[in-house]
Design a protein around this ligand. Structure first.
Ligand SMILES: Cc1ncc(COP(=O)(O)O)c(C=O)c1O
Length: 488
C-alpha cells in the first residue's frame, strides 16, 4: 500500500521525507537524458555522451595487468583462497594493519614523499562521502556551520549537511582572480555567519579543486591556516585529487604546510579527507579515509566508522596492491602522464574553436567558460543553455550553478571517463554547437564587457542560492546500472 505525502511526513523522519540528498532535482534530467539514450560508437552514435562523471578511467590497463600478475591478492583465486576464512571473519573497525600501512605509504607517495602519514591516524569510511559526513558529525552540532569556498563539489551538500543538520556557508570566490580564496572573502563569510547568529565550526577546502582543477598555492594555504587558528575553528582538507595533478605548479598538501617551521598551527584543528576514488580510479571500492591530527577526533571517528567500514576483502586487495612500491610509483607517474595528454588534447581542441577553460593542472575535468553563449548573464539562461547542451548537443555536462558558482556561464566537463574516440566525438559536437550558435556571435558583437556582466551577475547571487536547492547534484546516481558500462 502506498503512502500519501502527508502520511509519509507523519510516519517517517524529517530526514527520510526531506530532500537533503538532492536526488529529486533537475540535475538528474541530465542523467536521465544520458541513461535513456547513452552514446555508443556503433550501436548509438547519436546518443548522449556522459561528461558529468569525475572518474579516472585512463589507466585501468595497468591495474588489470597487476591483478593478473598477483592472483594471491584476491581471496577468490586458487592462489589466494587460503586467506579466505581469516579475511571473511575479520571485523575490527581499526582495519587490517597492512591496509592502514599501505594507505599511509600511498598517501605519502602521492605527496612526493615530502611528508609521512601515521597509519594509526587513518580511519576508514565508505569513500570520501562517508569521510565527510563522519568528520562533520565529529566536529559540529546541528545548526552549526562550515565555510566552503565556491564553486564547490555539490555532493558536499548531501555529505556534510543532510543527516548531520550542519550548514554550509559559501565563501565568495570570483573569476576575476581565478577563484582565489582571499582573506577578505573568508572574513566576510565569517562575519555574515556571526551576524546571522550561526556558529562557524570549520572551513572546508578541496585541494586540488573540484570543479576548478586548480591547486592552492603555498601562500593561500598558509593564510588559511592562519585564519582558522585565529578563529579557533577546524580546517578540513579534501585532498582526494592529489595524484591527478599532472603539471606545475605541483600539489602542496596541508600536511606539508604543517611541517613548516614558521607556520604556527594548532594541529588539533586540522583534518584530511582522502579516498582512492580519483587517484586510483576506484570509486566502486568505497575506500575513504579520515586522517586527523586530533587524537579525540581519531578516537571518535574510529568508533563511528563502524557505520561505513571498507570491506575486509577490499582492504586485503588494496593492502597488497599499494604495498607494491614499484607498481605504485609507476602507476602514479603513468596516470598523471595520461591525464596530462588527455587534458591537453581536450583543451587545445576547445581553444581551436574559441572556447576557453580556466587554466588548470589537475582533476578529471575542466571548468569551461560559456558565458558568451548565454542569451543573458543570468542563471536562468545558464539552465537554458545547459538543457540545449544535454538535449541538442547531446553532452551531459554539469552547470556551474550546481557548484554554487556565483557567476553564470561556467560548466564542468569531465574528460577522463571515456576513450580517445569518444572524446573526439564530444569535441566535434562542441565545435558544431559553437559554430551554429549564431546568437553567440551576435552577442559577442553587441557584448558589453565581461566586467560589467559580472557586476550584473553578482546581483543574481540571491537567486543563485535559491536555485541551488533545486539544482543540487549527487555523483551517486539513482540509475541502477553504471552508465559507463554502456558508454565504453
Ligand atoms: C571533492 C570530492 N570529494 C568527495 C567526493 C566523493 O568521493 P568518494 O567516491 O570517495 O565518496 C568527490 C566525488 O566526486 C569529490 O569530487
Amino acid at each position: 500500500m502506498g503512502f500519501t505525502l502527508s502520511n509519509q511526513q507523519q510516519l517517517l523522519s524529517k530526514i527520510a521525507t526531506g530532500n537533503g540528498h538532492g536526488e529529486n532535482t533537475p540535475y538528474f534530467d541530465g542523467w536521465k537524458a544520458f541513461d535513456s539514450n547513452p552514446y555508443h560508437p556503433t550501436t548509438n552514435p547519436q546518443g548522449v555522451i556522459q561528461m558529468g562523471l569525475a572518474e579516472n578511467q585512463l589507466s585501468f590497463d595497468l591495474i588489470q595487468e597487476w591483478v593478473l600478475k598477483n592472483p594471491e591478492a584476491s581471496i577468490c583465486t586458487a592462489q589466494g583462497a587460503k586467506a579466505f576464512k581469516d579475511i571473511a571473519i575479520f571485523q575490527d573497525y581499526h582495519g587490517l594493519p597492512e591496509f592502514r600501512n599501505a594507505v599511509a605509504n600511498f598517501m605519502g607517495k602521492v605527496r612526493g614523499n615530502r611528508v609521512t602519514f601515521d597509519p594509526d591516524r587513518i580511519v576508514m569510511s565508505g569513500g570520501a562521502t562517508g569521510a565527510h559526513e563522519m568528520i562533520a558529525f565529529c566536529l559540529a552540532d546541528p545548526g552549526e556551520a562550515f565555510l566552503v569556498p565556491v564553486p564547490y563539489y555539490p555532493g558536499f551538500d548531501r555529505d556534510l549537511r543532510w543527516r548531520t543538520g550542519v550548514q554550509l556557508l559559501p565563501v565568495a570566490c570570483e573569476s576575476s582572480n581565478n577563484f582565489k580564496i582571499t582573506r577578505a572573502a573568508l572574513e566576510d563569510a565569517y562575519e555574515k555567519a556571526q551576524k546571522a547568529n550561526i556558529r562557524v565550526k570549520g572551513l572546508l577546502i578541496t585541494n586540488p579543486s573540484n570543479p576548478l582543477g586548480t591547486v592552492l598555492d603555498r601562500e593561500t594555504l598558509k593564510s588559511l591556516v592562519t585564519f582558522i587558528n585565529e578563529k579557533n575553528i577546524h580546517l578540513v582538507c579534501d585532498e582526494i585529487y592529489a595524484a591527478t595533478v599532472f603539471t606545475q605548479p605541483r600539489f602542496i598538501s596541508i600536511a606539508e604546510i604543517l611541517e613548516e617551521e614558521e607556520v604556527e598551527c594548532n594541529r588539533d584543528l586540522v583534518h584530511i579527507v582522502y579516498s582512492l576514488s580519483k587517484d586510483m580510479g576506484f570509486p566502486g571500492f568505497r575506500v575513504g579515509i579520515v586522517y586527523s591530527y586530533n587524537d579525540a577526533v581519531v578516537n571518535c571517528a574510529r568508533k563511528m566508522s563502524s557505520f561505513g567500514l571498507v570491506s575486509t576483502q577490499t582492504q586485503h586487495l588494496i593492502a597488497s596492491m599499494l604495498s607494491d612500491n614499484e607498481f605504485v610509483d609507476r602507476f602514479i607517474v603513468e596516470s598523471a602522464k595520461r591525464l596530462k595528454a588527455r587534458h591537453t588534447r581536450f583543451t587545445v581542441g576547445l581553444e581551436e574553436q574559441g572556447t576557453t577553460c580556466l587554466k588548470s593542472n589537475g582533476g578529471l575535468f575542466v571548468w569551461m567558460d560559456l558565458h558568451k553563449h548565454l542569451k543573458e548573464q543570468t542563471f536562468e539562461a545558464e539552465m537554458a543553455l545547459w538543457r540545449t547542451i544535454i538535449h541538442q548537443v547531446k553532452l551531459n555536462v554539469s552547470p556551474g550553478v550546481s557548484f554554487h558558482c556565483p557567476e553564470p556561464g561556467w560548466f564542468r566537463v569531465c574528460f577522463a571517463n571515456m576513450d580517445d574516440q569518444t572524446m573526439e566525438v564530444a569535441l566535434e559536437r562542441i565545435r558544431n554547437f559553437v559554430l551554429q550558435d549564431k546568437d553567440a556571435v551576435v552577442a559577442i558583437k553587441k557584448k558589453s564587457c565581461w566586467q560589467s556582466n559580472k557586476k550584473l551577475s553578482l546581483s543574481f547571487k540571491s537567486f543563485n542560492f535559491r536555485i541551488l536547492d533545486e539544482v543540487s547534484m549527487s555523483p551517486h546516481s539513482p540509475i541502477p546500472q553504471s552508465p559507463l558500462v554502456r558508454a565504453t
